[in-house]
Design a protein around this ligand. Structure first.
Ligand code: HEM
Length: 467
């Protein structure tokens, strides 16, 4: 018996010595993080990782150790090194396998170079701005506006409608004319519900941290599946060759990619999931912010800008709208948490520290956008005008991290921005919005795996038409 205790003690002491002698021990951070990763995992499970890291950065500065093998950064130098060195930055960690669809890991579907080539023309602004592609975004905006008009002074839950809007836009972009109409059709509405309303954070993390044990988990511990959306995607891929020329599915099915239908489906489902909550939540936080009484002047300035341009004017002619969108994504980035990467072979110098190979490193937009106060003064204030100042514009744009950066940055950035701007233009040229008296839910940012959403998943606003 004593020998078991002695061996256990020796192992613990050996591990402690090894950890305390690791180069990461010299990094700023609380002592507990140089001994165990359980502390940061606990924060993750209790949906407190983002705020906990933020507080650590406040206390210790731009470089902070999170565990014996993990470090977080907030500087522009670190962003460039981790996410853009060599073009695509460092490799992603296994956390991303949680986003695998139909059992296909993204990088097994096709490699980064192939993916970049394939998506470059699809998600280019030129393809998105094509007449037929824009027509479908405009149809969806019109359906959204009709819903707001129909309310005659009562409140509208824009959280629901914006997620429908994002789903309808992204599915049209992928499968037109086979996109969904969840704003008007109840069967399609069910797809939005299935993809948006779930509580899977802890279940997904369990599956991630205990992968070998997942087959033995009882059903209530398994992440929820999305059978209706899966079937929808599989059907659309089957019909894919008859989709419009500009769609994603047509490009993926083209012979030169050599992909099987299940691989095309995995890629489409990934983009569908990536394009709903992000755009929906981003718009929701934005409209909530604009509807606050202290932001009335922002809404009025936006109204003045968007009402005086013709319907077919270029979005580039709307600088204040651009500033409003960027400021909302700065203050409430829909993916506010760390994007974890592995330090490559041989280790790297990041922000002046030597970080050994295999260490997990990351930056989180929530902190990058708030803790670089020279670039973003009054960081907690919603202040779109900051984006119109010529002074410091380069620094602001370089530190704008809502879509990440480098070859692994957001594929759908152009689509997301066009969807957001068209909707805001068409809403705020016609309506004022206010927080509804019957809005009792919390709009606090609630962490998911790497994304976040409004805590109570509701946002009731009142729409008042301009005379
Ligand atoms: C406001 C809306 C959006 C935001 C803030 C956003 C943000 C991001 C971020 C930060 C990443 C990188 C995550 C990481 O490195 O871990 C990402 C990746 C991605 N996004 Fe978005 N996104 C948005 C909308 C969209 C839309 C509309 C689509 C497509 C229809 C899309 C498709 C993707 C895809 C496919 C990836 C993965 C890229 C890869 O694997 O290399 N996103 N997005």
């Amino acid at each position: 018996m004593w020998s078991i205790w002695a061996v256990t003690l020796i192992v613990i002491v050996a591990v402690l010595i090894k950890r305390l002698r690791s180069p990461l021990t010299a990094l700023p951070g609380p002592l507990i993080t140089s001994i165990t990763s359980l502390w940061i995992k606990y924060q993750e499970f209790s949906a407190n990782r983002r705020l906990c890291i933020h507080e650590l950065h406040r206390k210790y500065g731009p470089v902070v150790r999170l565990s014996p093998n993990e470090v977080s950064f907030t500087s522009l130098e670190a962003i460039k090194e981790i996410y853009a060195s060599g073009g695509s930055g460092y490799d992603r960690t296994e956390l991303y396998s949680l986003f695998a669809q139909f059992g296909q890991k993204q990088d097994d579907v096709f490699d980064l170079g192939q993916r970049k080539r394939c998506f470059a023309d699809r998600y280019s602004l030129t393809n998105i701005m094509r007449k037929d592609s824009m027509a479908s975004i405009q149809e969806n905006t019109a359906a959204f506006v009709r819903k707001c008009m129909d309310t005659s002074g009562t409140s509208v839950d824009v959280y629901v409608l914006l997620h429908c809007y994002a789903l309808d836009c992204v599915t049209h972009f992928m499968f037109s004319p086979g996109g969904t109409h969840s704003l008007t059709k109840s069967k399609d509405f069910e797809l939005m519900e299935e993809l948006t309303y779930h509580n899977s954070l802890q279940k997904n993390l369990l599956a991630h941290y205990l992968p070998g044990l997942e087959p033995y988990f009882p059903t209530f511990l398994l992440p929820r599946l999305s059978p209706k959306s899966n079937q929808y995607v599989l059907d659309k891929v089957e019909e894919g060759l008859s989709a419009d020329e500009y769609t994603l599915v047509r490009r993926l099915l083209s012979k030169d990619n050599g992909l099987h239908n299940i691989q095309v489906a995995a890629e489409c489902k990934d983009h569908m999931a990536a394009g709903i909550d992000t755009t929906g939540d981003g718009l929701c936080f934005l409209m909530w912010e604009l509807s606050q009484p202290h932001n009335r002047h922002v809404q009025e300035r936006l109204h003045l800008e968007v009402k005086q341009v013709p319907a077919d004017a270029s979005l580039e002619d709307l600088p204040y709208l651009d500033a409003v969108v960027k400021e909302a994504l700065r203050l409430a980035p829909p993916i506010p948490m760390s994007f974890p990467r592995y330090v490559p072979k041989g280790g790297r110098i990041i922000d002046g520290y030597h970080i050994p190979e295999g260490t997990i490193v990351s930056c989180q937009p929530y902190s990058v956008h708030r803790l670089n106060e020279k670039v973003f003064p009054y960081p907690d204030t919603f202040w779109p005008e900051r984006w119109l100042e010529p002074d410091g514009a380069n620094d602001r744009n370089r530190l704008f991290f809502a879509f990440s950066t480098g070859a692994r940055g957001c594929t759908g950035k152009n689509l997301a921005l066009v969807e957001m701007k068209i909707l805001l233009r068409d809403v705020y040229s016609r309506f004022k919005t206010d927080v509804a008296p019957d809005m009792h839910g919390s709009m606090d940012i609630d962490d998911q795996i790497i994304s976040a959403r409004p805590k109570d998943q509701t946002c009731r606003l009142v729409f008042t038409p301009y005379e």
